[in-house]
Design a protein around this ligand. Sequence first.
Ligand code: MG
Length: 163
Amino acid sequence: MLSQTMQAALNEQINKEFYSAYLYLSMAAYFEALNMPGSAKWMKAQHDEEHLHAMKFFDYVTDRDGRVQLQAIAQPTVEFAAPVAAWEQVLEHERGVSASIYKLYELAVKEGDYATQALLTWFITEQVEEEKNATLMAERFKQAGTNVATLLLFDGHFTKRGE
Ligand code: MG
């Protein structure tokens, strides 16, 4: 069974993953408004992935006879100065998520909770991929700057995600 401290920390992480999903959905809305369907599609796929992350923690808590207690999800950012600003926020956000996964892992080690460590190993690997992708996107959009032709070229490339 999960300790009370671990249960509370996992419930907090569930909230963070749902917030991530909400943030990416907000970014999808921003890119739709800019008529950049490729980026919007990417963000929607990201939303779905974050929802799966939240549910992975959700199911884990219940599998360990814990109690999931959902909390309010904060309002995400709705406006961005430019496409690059949204991608930079993705990178910053994912770095924050990694830090919070590492904190959970430290707690699991401290408590000798091996099952939670095993779950978190999956997330640690996943975060390497998330940060790698976000770094690449932020860098590409920074290089594109305000060049509309390049922005649209990148956007067209993203429509291929998941196909
Ligand atoms: Mg996540």
